[in-house]
Design a protein around this ligand. Sequence first.
Ligand code: CAO
Length: 551
Amino acid sequence: MSQETVKIPDLGGADSVDVIEICVKVGDRIEPEQPLVVLESDKASMEVPSPVAGTVQSIALKVGDKVSQGSVVLVLTTDAAAPVAEPVSAAAPVAAPAAAPKAEAPQATEPVAAAPVATASQKQTVRVPDLGGAEGVVVIEVSIQPGDSVAKDSTLIVLESDKASMEVPSPVAGTVLSVAVKVGDKLNQGDVIAELDSPQAASATSALVEKAVAPVATSAAPVSSAPAPASPVPAAPVTATPTLGENRPSSEVYAGPAVRMLARELGVDLAQISGSGPRGRIQKDDLQAWVKQRLAQAASGAAGVAAGSGIPAIPSVDFSRFGEVRDEPMSRLHQLTAQNMLRSWLNVPHVTQFDDADITDLEDFRDGLKAEAQKRGSKLTPVPFLLKAVALALRAHPKLNASLAGDQIVYKDYVHVGFAVDTPAGLVVPVLRDVDTKSVWTLAEELADLAERAKARKLKPEDMQGGCFTVSSLGAIGGQGFTPIVNAPEVAILGVSRLAVKPVWDGKQFQPRKMLPLSLSYDHRAINGADAGRFLTELTQLLADIRRFVL
Ligand code: CAO
């Protein structure tokens, strides 16, 4: 086994690039090319892949750190037999801190020019590196104390000038023998920071990976090509280091650089997206699908209320955390319906009033017409009778045959009634014209024609325009009642539920009567409860005795 220090490769000239994701954690088994960290500059984001297989021993970075070429990412223990002597860290005797000599080394990061590290540990004096000309830079944090083990490139102290703060990393791994600085000290380049007992020297093998155990056992030469002088790394606010857990917290995402870049451009929080890639990795397709869905939802209103409305949004949930899920885009029709529903729900103060219409006689009459209906090729369900009764009630109660326009009430001198049709693509509301003037036979034919065309998606836009009132019949489906949402700018809608035989007191005894549950929702800005009550009463009377149709 040997150790490999993985470093940031050539970043194409970019400097101080943000670490936006740590893809591994200590103890993880890493395969070659597996992403270790993800970096993002203002121009691009990129993954830093592992050059070798191994196990993560220590991680030198955290999210928010800024790195440049050569910054240490982590140390791996590799399986491959090291082309070096036994790991020095295990073999080298570490001098006790108390016994540490205070020998001055010429440079903090100067290589250890002593005997091969495999045989003995080395004392290193770590000094303040080049501060880019800054002087008297204040120590704001001392991250080590005597006896600490430090990894190569782990932070020793943090300095702060009037322009920036920076971490000073350790040029080698080792044990802290002594610390020469304290918080508040003002330092210049070359000042001693600490003394380390280090078994380690290094010889760079590539820009990316450096053997932590430097001297090749067969070589008698001292280590002369030490790591490049450690340069201070601008310190970033400490943030939690994400790890890849099974139940990924929202702050932890697994995505490639291109996806991250795109997400950033689009302002998308990747934590909201479920990845379809390996280990839940968010792929470009996932992001695109998510954005498309969100845009469609926003257009339809299904996503909720627009930001700034003051209405708190419903939080997004990653349902896949709880089990298998399947995403399916909403049809355009569904989106439009959702938009209309939300608009109406938010704008219209709804009240719903309930009543049962006794349609025993109507049903008897309808039964008697079945043969004739068959001859006509017509399906005479209760709905055309309902439409006719509604139209007549609207004529008698024009407040429900109106719309609001600012401070004005627009009364309509025509009675066009829409009816909800359930189609495979979604809900549509074709409109029957001048319902009050048409016979029930005609209404039955027109209803059948429009419903058929609705289901075949052959309605023209004008077939769905101009409605004054809507009937939504769930009678064929079931239910005892529901509260329909007003199809604004109409001001009222009638919900029709399933006919049921109920005992009705006739003054002497209970009679089994066919009762049709009706629910009238209305816009309380336009209609008072009394108006709605009068309308519903009129309607139930018309349905209870359809001879009233001719009055
Ligand atoms: N109670 C009991 N039975 C009823 C009934 C009621 N209120 N209304 C209709 N029926 C019966 C019909 O008589 C017919 O019976 P038969 O086949 O024995 O003659 C059967 O139910 C099926 O009727 P239908 O659905 O073919 O025709 P319809 O005239 O009743 O309705 C239409 C037409 C277009 C309204 C209907 O097909 C439809 O799409 N309804 C759903 C509307 C909807 O989704 N509303 C909710 C909107 S809000 O989400």
